[in-house]
Design a protein around this ligand. Sequence first.
Ligand code: GEK
Length: 241
Amino acid sequence: MKDTLYQQQDATRGGFVFDDKVAAVFSDMINRSVPGYATIITQIGTLAERYAQAHSRCYDLGCSLGAATLALRHHIRAAGCEIVAVDNSPAMIERCRAMLAADHATVPVQVQCADLCELPIEDASLVVLNFTLQFVPLAARDALMQRIAAGLRPGGLLILSEKVQIEDAALDALFIDLHHRFKAQNGYSGTEIARKRAAIENVLVPETLRAHEQRIRAAGFASFAVWFQCFNFASMVAVKA
Ligand code: GEK
């Protein structure tokens, strides 16, 4: 279903929430709003094929409708893996369950409606945070990353995709402008882009790549790299020693 939410004036009242209206149009919204989203989803599958370890768990934290979960499910080759897909939006989880029920891949998926800040993370070989950490309160991010690192097996992989802040103010302004241009190229009007920007302010809090790397290394990961970036959207990987 096409995202026309911000064509309506009242959609800007209150902050952005992942309610039923958003969940209903989410696939269209994220594909038209996040440069490289489809590429990132595909490559999450490729990375899962390589990093999922036998008899381990693979987590999709902030799974929304389950796009990354599906990529994991169709590419994991290791025996005995279980996917844990988590989101705290009941509207997203309901649709995610329906989508998985219609999918016939065989890797088992445990779908949970829960706050990922309270979720136990255990015996993991892969943890995916695909545009989710940006919505977690800043003060809770260090502890979450430490729990992820602690829950990963040696050699386990973190995939972290985020909207990022560029350190150079002029380039930050340029990339924000180019992102808005990308949205206009995908059919959003100037009014829709401005309303969404206002609604998301203080709800989505981006950090710099340097801040992400520092947090990830401080949590105990041995390596870190940005494997994808388009404007102010990036995807990072980190491996636990
Ligand atoms: C995808 N990964 O399509 N606990 C659980 N879920 C949360 C929390 C939290 N504390 N905070 C936010 N969420 C998906 C896209 S969308 C990205 C992820 C976007 C959930 C929230 O409910 C929403 O479904 C998701 O994180 C972020 O690959 O909308 O830009």
